[in-house]
Design a protein. Structure first.
Length: 279
């Protein structure tokens, strides 16, 4: 982790819902020098102001949503996906997440104090022919955006989409899907190689009338997924709330059992997990 703080400038911001509603927000930060990070890492943000005890707010970590060279290709920007946190507590009071609302209220040109990068990298496989399965919930989509930018929008011969790439993403509603339009443009570039599936719990149901979660969507492609998982060059990446693990694990255990195998002994695919943080 870098011990020094950096002063960054907001250069692009996208608000997806009115500011008085819970929504999503994506922005880029520029600073005077290069931002030395890798895909899968996080940066820390300290919101302005003081807490209820009169002390400066503590930093919050956010997963980086851009590749190592940034959205502008100059290694001087970093992008994040931020969910504006607003909820009503048991006392009927409206509570706003300190840092998410601070970030979502920023305008281009605003200054932000950041630190980092921190955390372990979550890098794409070196094999350009590898099959990549990405499972993300909410702003856990961030590192997968960095993967897909690297594959589709940057000039990396090693990372052109040459084999199958699948993204399963969960959101409570389409309105908070921060990268839907970007991903659909990527799919247009490689319709035979890139599969894009969204699970939208408040708007979609399965054939049994149950809410559509990420594991529900995966179950619809169970046989096809299992064939991919049996390949020795398939990599599975998960990012989001830690609670997503059980539902996905149950699906994979069930797939393995149908083939007479125990998942914990089945090592054909590599599984990477990153827990996203925001508040």
């Amino acid at each position: 982790m870098l011990e020094t703080w950096s002063l960054a400038i907001v250069i692009v911001s996208y608000a997806f819902l009115p500011l008085n509603q819970m929504g999503s927000f994506s922005f880029s930060l520029a600073e005077s020098g290069e931002v030395p990070y890798r895909e899968g890492q996080s940066i820390g943000v300290i919101p302005e102001g003081i807490d209820k005890n009169g002390k400066p707010h503590k930093l919050r970590l956010y997963s980086i949503a851009s590749s190592a060279i940034g959205d502008f290709g100059d290694s001087k920007t970093v992008s994040l996906c931020v969910k504006r946190l607003v909820y009503v507590n048991d006392q009927g009071e409206t509570v706003k997440g300190v840092c998410s609302n601070f970030l979502c209220d920023l305008k281009p040109g605003s200054e932000v104090t950041i630190t980092g990068p921190v955390g372990k990298e979550m890098l794409m496989p070196k094999d350009p022919n590898a099959t990549i399965i990405m499972l993300g919930t909410g702003t856990g989509i961030a590192p997968f955006r960095s993967f897909l930018w690297k594959m589709f929008f940057e000039k990396h011969e090693d990372y052109k989409v040459q084999t199958e790439c699948q993204l399963f993403s969960f959101f409570p509603s389409h309105s908070v899907n921060v990268s839907k339009q970007e991903f659909e443009k990527m799919k247009e570039k490689a319709p035979e190689n890139f599969r894009l599936d969204f699970a939208v719990s408040r708007e979609q149901t399965n054939e049994k009338g149950e809410k559509m979660y990420i594991q529900t969507r995966m179950a619809q492609y169970a046989e096809e997924l299992w064939e991919l998982l049996k390949k020795d060059n398939t990599f599975v990446y998960m990012c989001g709330l830690k609670g997503m693990e059980k539902g996905i694990d149950d699906i994979m255990v069930g797939l393995a059992a149908k083939d007479g195998k125990a998942l914990e002994k089945f090592r054909c695919c590599e599984i990477c997990l990153l827990v996203a943080c925001w508040c």
